[in-house]
Design a protein around this ligand. Structure first.
Ligand code: ADP
Ligand code: MG
Length: 690
């Protein structure tokens, strides 16, 4: 039997009980075991002199116990001071048996491994792995790097290492190569079998530095194939969608022209280009699958409106989906205002609507009386029937993963016909990366901001200078500018002791009695929230104190000052989104990032990046570099799969070749495609399998 089908229980030493545990790691077949790759290594090949140990790194060292003592610090601690002539370090045990206590005596020789940290009295290690050395024996480091595998409850490193070693000994030769010879020749990387063996059991002479960074050719060989598998899976998905029909929507753009004629500004060249790309797609009888990337404030809403009006003019309905109620409502208001003169009804489906309202809204949608309907994802969860759905617009999609995209698409299907789908995102990522993360989509970029925008001037200040910041708000509001004061969390009791929005509002009211100050936060009733936002929009409020509910999409052009508290706690993309709420009008805007000292190195770097650029592409690049794509693109929250060995940022330079090889396989070796996808994505790849 092929290792692709052979169950894990075919490996010696794996019985039904172990097999069930391996299943929890997603390991069902022998091939799954062979491709369960280490995500990092421990370096026990060198002994470090204790005097050279550094906090934050893992190391192995030897020494003699100089002092062993049990102390009480709230609970019992066993502390051993170990020295080797170059320096000393403390071993700390919170749990220990009396046998352990006895053996860790003064004068005993130890070999230890663990993560060094700085404790109250210098460097220490909590619960190191250790080994007592017989008197007079010389400590031996290990000859190879130690692989560290993803594990789960009930499956330990050691048993996993043993099972994998057994599989390597007996089944390595059964691994099948699916890459064509021409590709292998081009890549100039080790063969698959060599690579698999190497990463599990790096030989003694292996280049430790390269392996630790994931840059060894064996790792690159595997990462290449993994990226290829993801790319193929998305391309298959794309193909599958292409096989469906979609409404061919033709229109000559009269409605949108009428809207433009009433706006006080011209479209940017980038908006025009992207609108043309979209309307071209809508004129095809295949489902559009287009992603529009554009920085905060680049005018994506208007592009969405252009697409919507094209569909409406062609006689189709449009559903517009936003990630939050606040944003859905804002879209509804904008669109209603824009479309009312053309007598186009815009329905709004909110979670808060009572049964009556909801029924009448649903009625408007079902009868086709409302050509446009706005809402959150509740749009598709409720029992809403569309009369003639032709286009789905998803705003700020970075919160949705591939699976959600797919589900949405299928919910809108009608008589086997799929609606067109347009996705808007304010998390722009570099082109090559976009092509592989969004290989199932066409990508358009709005790479230009409306004319006359001034970059937001950004300053970073410690919260010890709060008084000066309050004075700044005061003078801005006296000049009839409006301001946001953003507080990341709301609960007074929150353990992180963040400044709370309510407490801040009270304090600001006291400090600035002549200003009109209101508070908006996520736990308010929607009607209340709406009223507060309305007042701010109309200019009846000077200062809006808010939690991060205002992060996405809120648009009040007259607001030109933003204060963000505890800015050190927020991620780069989130800070950029927040800052994007100002700088929308014609006056110069500024943003004050307040932090509480001391700053971590990462926080310092984030704040410096915010100060140095306003460019969303630049910010996204930095964010990717610092946090990795799973976090930045929200695929982690969306429960999307992570990579075993590839790293989209580190391995970016391979992406053009990955694309090229994917095309080659799909065209010339179609029977190799599914085996590669299944090897890397396995049973989790529900979308490619269908
Ligand atoms: P985002 O891309 O962040 O969703 P919006 O669509 O909310 O941006 O647009 C931001 C602001 O810019 C809105 O007030 C919008 O009316 C305005 N706007 C859009 N396009 C233009 C343009 N071409 N010229 C001037 N202002 C524009
Ligand atoms: Mg927007």
């Amino acid at each position: 039997m092929d290792i692709e089908q052979q169950p894990v229980s075919a490996i010696r030493g794996v019985g039904p009980r172990v097999a069930a545990k391996l299943e929890r790691l997603g390991l069902r077949t022998v091939q799954d075991v062979l491709f369960h790759l280490p995500f990092r290594y421990q370096d026990r090949t060198r002994l470090t002199p204790i005097g050279s140990l550094q906090a934050g790194s893992e190391a192995m060292f030897c020494g003699k116990i100089e002092l062993a003592d049990v102390v009480y610090r709230g609970r019992r601690n066993l502390l051993c001071r170990v020295a080797d002539g170059s320096g000393s370090i403390l071993l700390r045990f919170f749990h220990f048996t009396s046998a352990q206590h006895d053996s860790l005596r003064r004068g005993a020789q130890l070999r230890c491994f663990g993560e060094v940290r700085s404790g109250p009295a210098g460097l220490e290690i909590v619960h190191p792995e250790y080994e007592l050395l017989p008197d007079g024996s010389l400590p031996q480091p290990e000859s190879r790097l130690t692989p560290v595998y993803p594990v789960t409850e009930g499956v330990h490193q050691l048993s996993l290492r043993r099972i994998i070693a057994e599989a390597l000994d007996t089944r390595l030769q059964s691994i099948r190569e699916w890459l064509p010879d021409e590709t292998l020749a081009m890549l100039q990387l080790p063969t698959l079998k060599e690579a698999v063996d190497y990463v599990h059991r790096p030989p003694p002479q292996a280049a430790v530095g390269l392996l630790m960074q994931g840059l060894h050719p064996a790792q690159q060989r595997l990462a290449f194939e993994e990226l290829l598998a993801h790319c193929l899976s998305l391309r298959k998905l794309r193909e599958r969608i292409r096989r469906h029909d979609a409404p061919l929507i033709d229109a000559d753009g009269k409605l949108f022209e009428a809207l433009l004629a009433r706006l006080p500004f011209q479209l940017t060249a980038a908006q025009n280009r992207v609108i043309a790309e979209i309307t071209n797609d809508l004129r095809c009888a295949q489902p559009m699958q287009r992603l529009v990337q554009g920085d905060v404030g680049s005018g994506k809403t208007l592009v969405a409106a252009a697409a919507a009006l094209h569909a409406v003019e062609g006689g189709w309905q449009v559903a517009i989906m936003a990630p939050t109620e606040l944003l859905a409502e804002q879209h509804w208001r904008n669109l209603r205002e824009w479309l009312a003169p053309m007598e186009i009804e815009v329905a709004w489906l909110a979670g808060r609507h009572g049964a009556r309202t909801r029924r009448s809204m649903a009625e408007l949608v079902a009868s086709g009386q409302a050509p446009v309907v706005v809402g959150t994802h509740a749009l598709f969860q409720r029992d809403i029937e569309f009369r003639r759905l032709g286009l789905v617009v998803v705003d700020e999609q970075h919160r949705f993963g591939v699976h959600q995209r797919l589900m949405l698409r299928e919910k809108g299907a009608m008589d086997g016909r799929l609606p067109h789908q347009l996705i808007m995102t304010a998390t722009p990522i570099p082109r090559t990366l976009a092509q592989s993360v969004y290989a199932d989509l066409d990508v358009s970029v709005i790479d230009e901001l409306p004319a006359g925008r001034h970059p937001v001037e950004t300053v970073v200040v410690p919260d010890s200078r709060r008084d000066a910041v309050v004075r700044r708000v005061h003078s801005a509001c006296l000049e009839h500018r409006q301001a946001y004061w953003v507080c990341p969390l709301i609960d007074e009791s929150d353990a992180l002791q963040l400044q709370t929005a309510t407490a801040t509002e009270t304090a600001l009211r006291q400090a600035l009695p002549e200003l009109r100050i209101r508070l908006v936060h996520g736990r308010m009733k929607p009607a209340e929230k709406e009223q507060v936002m309305d007042e701010f929009k109309s200019g009846a409020t000077d200062l809006l104190v808010a939690t991060t509910v205002i992060e996405v999409g809120v648009d009040v052009p007259n607001a030109s000052l933003m204060i963000i508290e505890n800015a050190e706690r927020l991620g780069l993309s989130q800070l950029h989104q927040l800052r994007g709420r100002v700088g929308r009008g014609t006056v110069a805007s500024s943003c004050v990032l307040m932090y509480r000292a001391p700053l971590s190195a990462a926080a310092r770097e984030r704040l410096a990046a915010m100060r140095s650029t306003n460019d969303g592409f630049e910010i996204a690049r930095k964010d990717l570099e610092m946090r990795g794509p799973g976090e930045v693109l929200g695929t982690r929250q969306a429960g999307e799969q992570q990579f075993h060995i590839a790293d989209l940022v580190r391995d970016q330079s391979a992406l053009p070749q990955v694309e090229q090889v994917a095309t080659l396989l799909l065209e010339r070796y179609p029977q190799h495609v599914m085996p590669i996808v299944q090897r890397w994505l396995g049973v989790r790849d529900s979308y490619a399998a269908v």
